[in-house]
Write a protein of this length. Structure first.
Length: 348
């Protein structure tokens, strides 16, 4: 009898031990992968099975055990409630929390703001900082785009046609979709095509040329009140066959090596974008202009101004003659008490 009781006691103990082990194994299987939050972008395509979802989460190191995930879904009666979509899921969540997130359809988009005046390379750099796209994919998307079908008539480059704005994209967005969305927004901000043709007749410039002027205005203006006047200066100089001599075009050439203070030696760089050396407009826009700069280029003030120079507060002094312009420069240089150099005044 004592032997039987002994075996029973051992059996009960083993069952308790096994039950405890099973319990701790189960709890460990559904515990968070990490203690600290680490976020992953995860896409669950429509029609993905429970097993497929478990595989996606496991491959992204968000859950510890696929079988435990599927058992938990059955316990929560959530098999028919899992929703496809783009998610941002942290590995510090438990399996139960992750399942509830997917059942609720708590998908996640990302918001990106493209500032006014950004160039295409700057836009790419901003998007890359979100770790959503890859540089090679972006570059390939730019090359493969059929811009003849996307851009308004007369434009042959996407530089200038990527409208600066705040955009919301799903985390699975592809580079070509981002570019197309920005171009679409640009086109929506323009006047109707028949009105654009009227502007072209009125200004005696093509829409591409007007857009290039808008990009110059964007990079030169600091205050809205100056935009239409700056546009008038560029148009006046173009009509008189004067070189535009815009420092903004030099900065565009310098790209990542832009300077706070330009020197006269910088004006000698050889490039078709150097408006100090070459007459006329640069080949393409030098930035993606804002709505205000586009409007200024479409509706410039009627002036006789041929020169402008920025004051320390960002407002410009406009002049009709070279003598007036030189006097304005002398006046402004006196205000440069810190010797920092002023905009539109290349230093010796």
């Amino acid at each position: 009898m004592k032997t039987i009781l002994k075996y029973i006691s051992i059996s009960v103990l083993l069952i308790v031990i096994l039950a405890a082990a099973a319990y701790f194994y189960a709890m460990n299987s559904i515990a968070p992968v990490d203690e600290k939050p680490f976020y992953h972008n995860v896409t669950i395509p429509p029609g993905t099975s429970v097993n497929g979802i478990a595989g996606i989460l496991y491959d992204n190191k968000i859950i510890r055990n696929k079988t435990a995930f599927m058992i938990m879904i059955k316990l929560l009666d959530g098999e028919s409630s899992l929703k496809a979509g783009d998610y941002v899921i942290s590995s510090h969540l438990s399996t139960e929390e992750i399942i509830k997130k997917i059942i609720s359809g708590d998908t996640k988009n990302f918001t990106v703001t493209i500032p006014e005046g950004f160039t295409l390379p700057e836009i790419k750099k901003r998007l890359l900082s979100y770790n959503i796209i890859k540089e090679k994919e972006f570059d390939e998307a730019v090359k493969k785009l059929d811009i003849s079908k996307l851009l308004p008539a007369g434009l042959d480059t996407i530089e200038g046609a990527l409208f600066p704005d705040t955009y919301i994209f799903p985390v699975s967005v592809k580079p070509d979709s981002i570019i197309k969305a920005m171009i679409k927004q640009f086109k929506q901000k323009l006047p109707p095509e028949n009105e654009l043709k009227e502007y072209e007749k009125k200004l005696q410039f093509t829409f591409k040329e007007i857009l290039i002027v808008a990009s110059l205005v964007e990079k030169e203006a600091r205050h809205d009140e100056d935009r239409a006047k700056i546009a008038s200066v560029f148009y006046n100089r173009l009509r008189k066959k004067m070189r535009l001599e815009s420092c903004a075009t030099i900065q565009y050439i310098l790209a990542d090596n832009r300077k706070q203070r330009l020197f006269r030696s910088d004006l000698q760089v050889e490039s078709p974008y150097n408006t100090y050396k070459h007459e006329g407009l640069p080949p393409t826009p030098i930035a993606n202009p804002s709505q205000k700069s586009i409007n200024a280029a479409l509706n410039p003030e009627i002036t006789d101004y041929l020169f402008f120079v920025a004051q320390p507060d960002g407002y410009h002094i406009f002049s009709k003659t070279f003598l007036e312009h030189n006097n304005a420069i002398k006046k402004i240089k006196k205000l440069d008490t810190k010797g920092q150099g002023l905009k539109n005044i290349p230093q010796d």
